[in-house]
Design a binder for this molecule. Structure first.
Ligand code: HEC
Ligand code: HEC
Length: 341
């Protein structure tokens, strides 16, 4: 089933007639992307590893109450964000303080979470699993649940050479699933690569020009993020004093800096910002033109002489939204490889 959708390279043991084996999965790197950051040689994706990672991603057994899976907060139709939720809410309906970001093109990033809590994709799942308001579980409990499950025993045995149901293989399988989650087939990509279906309207072209001028310094490359942490001038959210990057670095110079998010699929990932405070792209643009607040760590690009924020006319805003809509990748949102069973 999976085999049809994914390009495979044959594995060495394939041709000699022995037992069915696990096949390598090729990671198709889009030509318009910057270099991949994930070390594929340390965890080469395979058909069985991916399949196992996908089952884990959608399995509530990773949480204390057996109900909250990764997919509960990361829904494919909404580019793996938690639709309709400003803040993530997990176990026992408890609420976190951050909005669930899209999961896509993770293999090309170097820091994960709004504050860069980890710099390795393999380690990321430990955060939601052990977070008491997300999945509220311990790694050792998760592993003993899986170890006692004959289906998982079989899947781990097929996916990994040592066949062990352990921490390392568990995390590697989840990464294999996420590494394959590449979104690079939006109208914008077709435009950039000169493919059919990529003809921009006048308004979309105008929007691209405004974007390149006023946004692309931070939302850089075809990933639409430069992977840095910046303060874009959001006033601290009432009642929540989330310091962002400073929560990790401990440095006041990082106060209120958050990871520059990718804008791929942004038209369908509302609400926006680390705290999901804006319900629409129009309100995001009104914020950039009129709402940016000065502070010691405000990004210098948003502070020109005496004016704060980004100068945007109404036409600029309309054109920008038309452009941002070209980043929606329907193939990704409907790709069966990533769909819940
Ligand atoms: C209760 C909701 C919830 C659950 C369950 C959940 N996540 Fe998340 N996810 C979030 C939120 C919120 C963030 C942002 C966290 C932060 O910045 O502190 C996030 C961030 C991420 C990121 C980082 C994305 C980026 O651009 O930096 C990845 C990867 C991810 N989650 C994968 C997973 C995986 C894998 C699981 C299951 C093991 C999982 N999530 C379970 C809500 C959730
Ligand atoms: C100085 C760097 C910088 C510039 C310039 C910039 N942004 Fe951002 N942008 C950020 C950061 C940082 C965030 C996340 C802030 C947060 O959540 O605290 C962000 C968040 C966003 C989001 C929310 C995405 C999401 O998934 O929640 C959108 C949409 C956005 N920016 C669009 C734009 C547009 C359009 C422009 C140009 C008009 C622009 N940005 C210019 C740094 C920048």
């Amino acid at each position: 089933m999976l085999c049809m959708a994914v390009i495979m390279t044959s594995c060495t043991k394939d041709d000699d007639g022995y037992a069915p084996i696990n096949r390598a999965l090729e990671v198709n790197i889009p030509v318009n992307f910057p270099p991949i950051q994930y070390d594929l040689s340390a965890n080469p994706p395979t058909e069985k590893g991916f399949e196992l990672g996908k089952k884990l991603f959608y399995d509530g057994a990773l949480s204390a109450n057996g109900f909250i899976s990764c997919g509960f907060c990361h829904e494919q139709r909404f580019a793996f964000t938690h639709h309709g939720h400003q803040f993530s809410h997990g176990i026992d309906d408890q609420q976190g303080i951050r909005n669930a970001p899209a999961i896509q093109n993770m293999a090309f990033l170097t820091e994960f979470a709004w504050d860069g809590a980890t710099a390795h994709l393999d380690l990321f799942p430990i955060i939601p699993i052990t977070n008491e308001v997300e999945m509220g579980e311990t790694m050792s409990n998760v592993l003993s649940k899986l170890q006692g499950d004959s289906t998982y025993q079989k899947l781990f045995a097929e996916a990994f050479e040592d066949g062990k149901v352990n921490n390392e293989n568990f995390l590697k399988a989840l990464s294999q699933f996420m590494v394959l989650m590449i979104s690079a087939d939006a109208k914008y990509d077709k435009y950039v690569r000169g493919e059919p279906g990529g003809e921009f309207t006048t308004q979309e072209s105008q929007g691209l020009a405004v974007f390149e001028n006023k946004c692309a310094s931070c939302h850089a490359t075809d990933l639409f993020t430069d992977n840095s942490f910046r303060n874009n001038g959001l006033p601290p959210y009432p009642g929540i004093n989330d310091l962002g990057r400073a929560e990790v670095s401990g440095s006041p110079a990082d106060n209120y800096k958050f990871k520059v998010p990718s804008l791929r699929n942004v038209a369908i990932t509302a609400p926006y910002m680390h705290d999901g405070r804006f319900g629409s792209l129009a309100s995001v643009l009104n914020f950039y033109s009129h709402g940016v607040q000065d502070s010691e760590t405000l990004d210098p690009q948003l502070k020109n002489n005496t004016t704060l924020g980004i100068d945007l006319s109404d036409d600029d805003k309309t054109a920008l939204i038309a452009f941002l809509n070209t980043l929606t990748d329907k193939n990704y949102l409907n790709d069966e490889r990533f769909a819940e069973y």
